[in-house]
Write a protein that binds this ligand. Structure first.
Ligand SMILES: [Cu+2]
Length: 166
């Protein structure tokens, strides 16, 4: 009787505790405490007059469960979409996708030519070094604020960027 009770009560208590801890990080945009770690976020500096740009970063899921980014928000542009690139008849095209998967214990790279957060219809031209706030919304309902500096991809190619270690 007793061991059976323990087996049912203990996991329940544990889940309750974890739920409380989780809820604690929910209400606000919890960057540091989110199970997904964001590495090297940046927004690509575009030539003047370009109304759109994109945010890139590496997402590392330290949780034991698969997560996915299902939307993103930012105040800098009219529309924010999740995008990927696909080859279509030999031409690289971007298209909108529903979600960006970040498998448990895995990493997902958002990079030029691949997955990205598309910022469409910038309210104002972005300046190099300016920090753009992008909020990622996950399929578990959690939100994560990412601060991504605006970088010139040319600078990064020449090694002038910070932390581009590949
Ligand atoms: Cu795009």
């Amino acid at each position: 009787m007793m061991p059976t009770l323990m087996r049912t009560l203990l996991p329940a208590a544990l889940m309750l505790f974890m739920g409380a801890a989780w809820a604690g990080s929910h209400g606000h945009d919890a960057g540091a405490s989110h199970p997904v770690k964001v590495h090297m976020p940046f927004v690509r500096l575009m030539p003047p007059g370009q109304p759109n740009t994109a945010a890139f970063m590496t997402l590392e899921n330290t949780a034991g469960q698969d997560l996915a980014v299902v939307s993103a928000e930012s105040g800098v542009s009219r529309v924010v979409e999740l995008h990927t690139h696909t080859m279509h008849e030999g031409v690289m095209r971007m298209r909108q996708i529903e979600r960006i998967e970040v498998p448990a214990g895995g990493r997902t790279e958002l990079k030029p030519g691949g997955l990205h957060v598309m910022l469409i219809g910038l309210h104002e031209p972005l300046q190099e070094g300016q920090v753009v706030e992008v909020t990622l919304v996950y399929d578990d309902g959690s939100r994560q604020l990412v601060r991504a500096p605006v970088r010139d991809p040319g600078d990064m190619m020449r090694g002038g960027g910070h932390g581009m270690n590949h």
